[in-house]
Design a protein around this ligand. Structure first.
Ligand SMILES: [Zn+2]
Length: 301
């Protein structure tokens, strides 16, 4: 390895992305034991530095999203591991597209992009793992912690003895939690955020932006991350002071910024904010009108 910015934490090396981990790139992890070397979440940036990597024995994925397997094709002859709930989605492009669940006008350009820009390569026999599984690498090990919501199989990896907890896309950036695909689930994500808070570790590593945090900065970032969900919901509630259609909610953009340009933004806004609408309806803060709009219920009326 020849990259000055990489962070060595004992047996674990965080391969820091060139652009600071901004999507579509991210920080991959290399764990080198005396018997095996494992690569976690091979990012698109690894394509430019594959010659600097040691021999890899297996590839672990925190979940089945395009940016987390963009470098996996470099290791096609090695076992690819995914949580059992995400593993089916790497078997074909059609299966992956079902995971996102985008409408046809987004699905078509998106599947081209996943192949062209993220090197999608189907893996017919991914090796599934489950919560609590342990990968023994000789003098170190990787424990699987299932933290779903972002995707059904999204998992963290706790590496010992380095005590590095790799959080995947519980990425703790100011963007906030992402639960905007057909396979995502807001409530499950919130449960995972409560769970991860109670996992002590010396180092916390994420795929995007943040890199590595100590416990106190992890706690601070996690609080802000959780707050982001609440602020999206309270902003939505204010927006629904007037009756609004779902299309108006989508156009308003509660997740992405108005200037952001990605082909799937409308679909992600819809999946994300419909979950908030459903919750607000369920707790009696929002009602639907006869013409199919949603409106805040005034508690004083
Ligand atoms: Zn993801």
């Amino acid at each position: 390895m020849d990259q000055d910015r990489d962070l060595v934490l004992g047996k674990t090396t965080v391969l820091m992305a060139e652009n600071g981990g901004k999507y579509p790139d991210g920080n991959s992890l290399l764990v080198q034991g005396t018997e095996q070397t494992v690569l976690i979440d091979p990012s698109v940036g690894l394509v430019n530095r594959q010659h600097t990597l040691p021999r890899i024995d297996r590839v672990l994925h925190s979940h089945c999203h395009e940016d987390h397997f963009a470098g996996s094709f470099l290791f096609q002859e090695k076992p690819w591991h995914f949580h059992e709930y995400d593993a089916p989605s790497i078997k074909s492009l059609d299966a992956l597209m079902e995971f996102y669940g985008y409408p046809a006008h987004i699905d078509k350009p998106w599947r081209q992009k996943v192949v062209a820009d993220f090197n999608f390569t189907s893996c017919l026999h991914p090796v599934p793992f489950r919560d609590g599984d342990i990968f023994e690498l000789g003098d170190c090990e990787i424990r699987v912690i299932h933290l779903p919501g972002h995707t059904p199989g999204h998992s963290a990896f706790h590496i010992f003895p380095d005590d590095v907890l790799y959080l995947g896309d519980i990425e703790l950036s100011s963007f906030g939690p992402y639960y905007g695909d057909a396979c995502s689930d807001l409530i499950t994500f919130e449960n995972s955020l409560r769970l991860v808070h109670d996992i002590p570790a010396k180092h916390y590593a994420t795929f995007h932006h943040i890199g590595v945090l100590d416990r106190s900065n992890f706690e601070k970032r996690l609080r802000q991350f959780v707050e982001k969900i609440k602020s999206r919901e309270s902003e939505l509630l204010s927006f629904l002071s007037e009756p609004r259609t779902v299309d108006e909610v989508v156009d308003h953009r509660f997740v992405f910024r108005p200037g952001d340009e990605l082909i799937y933004i409308d679909a992600v806004e819809r999946y994300s904010m419909c979950q908030h609408i459903d919750r607000l309806v369920a707790v009696g803060k929002v009602c639907s009108t006869q013409d199919g709009r949603f409106m805040k219920i005034d508690p004083t009326s």
